[in-house]
Design a protein around this ligand. Structure first.
Ligand SMILES: Nc1ncnc2c1ncn2[C@@H]1O[C@H](COP(=O)(O)OP(=O)(O)O)[C@@H](O)[C@H]1O
Ligand SMILES: [Mg+2]
Length: 276
């Protein structure tokens, strides 16, 4: 479990905190989305979750290990891996394959295990064909796949994706997220999806909306989606499928309030039609 307890954080020289009074629990195997407009504090929160930043007040515990405890940081980062929006800061080696091997090598794993993890991770994000290439020559989307492979090879318990597929096209983005969610089902990996795309956030079991460094809404996506005005007030729009549901209800259709994805809306409409 990752526990964020009354956390406040301010960047040096900045009197306004980037995050204030944050409380959050991430259970093993959970799928949580964190959303909010640009500058709301999402990336700061991501960095607090695995000790890249330490709270100014409050505590962050990863499976009971305090991120303020220097001696626990290696263990914490092995458990909670972050993939960032900008992959350039995350790529370190001369070839794609070596880059993915870097993390497992630092864990001191036997070479055979490292080879197996590298191959599995490259396959997961479908960049096996690029394994001998130098990372700096890859496209933005390929670099994002590589950064994800590097973290997956560490076999974390918590995977934090901070706008980590932003450089991919929508089809590839959905495919990669699908792979990650398969891994969640297979291994009980917890997924913390940080995104400003509401269409993505509603796929999670639970979502959290940040605004100006505070949690302004939290709950299962269907419940959060009912708060259209509060979302609009913090610069967010409900996905088009949710908006369409609202319009159809206002027009008199007996649609339930729940559907948030196109599939769910289609299913609700189908039920309605087939009842008649
Ligand atoms: N390295 C930094 N130094 C100073 N201020 C920062 C730094 N990174 C982010 N901030 C500020 O902290 C706030 C939250 O930023 P961030 O966590 O990056 O938000 P988001 O990821 O939601 O866009 C913003 O006001 C931003 O300007
Ligand atoms: Mg960010």
């Amino acid at each position: 479990m990752i526990e964020v307890q009354d956390v406040t954080f301010a960047y040096p020289g900045n009197s306004v905190p980037a995050l204030a009074g944050i409380n959050l629990c991430v259970e093993p195997g959970e799928f949580l989305a964190i959303t909010g407009r640009n500058g709301s504090g999402k990336s700061t929160l991501a960095r607090l979750l695995n000790g890249l930043l330490r709270p100014k007040a409050g505590r962050v515990l990863v499976d009971g290990l305090d991120t303020a405890d220097e001696a626990s940081l290696v263990d914490i980062r092995r458990r909670a891996g972050i993939v960032f929006q900008d992959p350039d800061n995350q790529l370190v080696a001369a070839t794609v394959e070596d880059d993915v091997a870097f993390g497992p090598e630092n864990l001191g794993l036997p070479p055979a295990v490292i080879r197996q993890r590298v191959a599995a991770s490259l396959a997961m994000v479908e960049i096996e064909a690029l394994k001998d290439r130098p990372p700096h020559l890859l496209s933005g989307g390929q670099k994002q796949r590589l950064a994800l492979a590097g973290i997956l090879a560490m076999e974390p318990q918590y995977l934090i994706l901070d706008e980590a597929t932003a450089m991919l096209d929508p089809v590839a983005r959905e495919e990669i997220l699908g792979r990650v969610l398969e891994l969640r089902r297979a291994r009980g990996l917890a997924v913390i999806l940080i995104t400003h795309l509401m269409e993505e956030a509603v796929l999670a079991e639970r979502m959290l909306v940040l605004s100006a460094g505070r949690v302004v809404l939290a709950g299962p996506p269907p419940a959060v989606m009912l708060q259209g005005e509060r979302l609009a007030a913090v610069g967010l729009k409900v996905p088009v499928t949710v908006a369409l549901g609202h319009i159809l209800r206002r027009a008199g259709l007996q649609l339930p309030a729940g559907p948030v994805t196109a599939e769910e809306l289609a299913e609700a409409l189908w039920k309605l039609v087939s009842q008649k």
